[in-house]
Design a protein around this ligand. Structure first.
Ligand code: PLP
Ligand code: COI
Length: 338
């Protein structure tokens, strides 16, 4: 029996996952399995040369009992971009959609009940499975979608988190892979994340890798700030274009905020009224404090303990759309039929 209200962000085995393989230039029909394991050739390109892409999206059970997947098409588009940049066979939009919907349908009993704060995390994975020893793309690929029920990414939930600036490690380079969702970016962030955790901070704040002058993103989430009626978020070639952030920019504009997506100097930090991080896993995690260990300074936002009013409004509106409690005029939700 799952304790829905106390779920963390971890892996829980569900009943089934779905898979398709790319051989001879096309994707196979989806297969369903109850195995959590993959059988791989030891020379698979995913193991040696990092031909690996993943996505993260969520399904929510509404008060009306309907199950909605949030922004499935945008996640598909991003996986296709990642596949193209890393020379992997991209899943088609139809395959991506069918696999996500099917994985949710097959695991209905794991979709958390409404009002528990939990949701069903959907994890599409694309890997090069063909054998190569020379540095070349594989000729065979596997696309897998599994699901697992999750609670909040940070134990703080919607309470503000404290983040630590890291000028000594970069997760990606300006002309590198930061803008696509490949596993290597996360391997590159593990040591930095561990340093932050050991210092008592749930997340790192990365600055741009070229000059350390601009704010990039916060761990596995984008950064945004509110100042003078404006929603400000970094435009940087080395951050992942967050679909949550894309959605918040639309909501911010609906609320009458101006929206600025531009290079954001770290020096602007003290002038912000509210700051936050956003992503599928993190939803909106307001940032209460930013600690800069090089300068020995802490920047506090609001009272550092409670979320600011715009963070609350953005969070509540986003959440209401995801759970089907507010209209969805832009068609962000895909309703899963059972
Ligand atoms: N930035 C990074 C590095 C991420 O891993 C994620 C998570 O997917 C995000 C930002 C947020 O993106 P999204 O809102 O599309 O989940
Ligand atoms: C997400 O928000 O989906 C992420 O990818 C964050 C992390 C779990 C990798």
């Amino acid at each position: 029996m799952i304790d829905w209200k106390n779920l963390g962000f971890g892996y829980i085995r569900t009943d089934r996952n779905v898979r398709s393989t790319w051989t001879d230039g096309s994707w196979s029909p989806l297969e369903t399995t109850d195995s959590e394991y993959l059988t791989l050739h030891m020379a698979s390109t995913c193991l040696h040369y990092g031909q690996e892409a993943f996505e993260g999206l969520k399904a929510f059970r509404g008060k009306d009992g309907k199950v909605r997947i949030f922004r499935l098409e945008e996640n598909a588009r991003r996986m296709i971009r990642t596949a193209e940049y890393t020379m992997m066979a991209p899943p088609t939009m139809e395959l991506f959609r069918e696999a996500c919907v099917e994985a949710v349908r097959l695991n209905e009993r794991f979709i958390p009940p409404y009002d528990t704060g939990a949701s069903l995390y959907i994890r599409p994975l694309l890997i090069g499975t063909g054998a190569q020893v020379g540095v070349k793309p594989a000729t065979e690929y596997m696309f897998v979608v599994f699901v697992t029920p999750v609670g909040p990414y940070y134990k703080e939930g919607f309470r503000p988190i404290s983040v630590m600036v890291d000028r000594h490690h970069d997760r990606s380079a300006p002309l590198g892979t930061g803008w696509v969702k490949v596993g290597g970016n996360y391997a590159a962030s593990l040591l930095s994340g561990d340093i932050a955790h050991k210092a008592g901070f749930p997340s790192t704040l990365y600055l741009d890798s070229a000059e350390k002058k601009y704010i990039d993103e916060s761990g596995a989430a984008n950064f945004f700030a509110i100042r003078g009626g404006c929603y400000i978020t970094p435009k940087s070639p080395s951050i992942l274009p967050s679909i949550t952030n894309m959605s918040l920019r639309d909501l911010a504009a609906d609320f009458g905020l101006r929206v600025e997506q531009r290079a954001v100097e770290f020096a602007e930090l003290p002038s912000f009224e509210e700051v936050g991080s956003c992503g599928t896993a993190a939803v909106i995690s307001p940032i209460g404090k930013v600690y800069d260990p090089d300068e020995g300074k802490t920047y506090t936002f609001g009272d550092g303990v409670n979320p600011g009013p715009w963070c609350v409004k953005l969070y509540e509106t986003l959440r209401a759309i995801q759970y089907g409690e507010a209209p969805d005029p832009r068609g962000w939700n895909t309703i899963v039929e059972f």
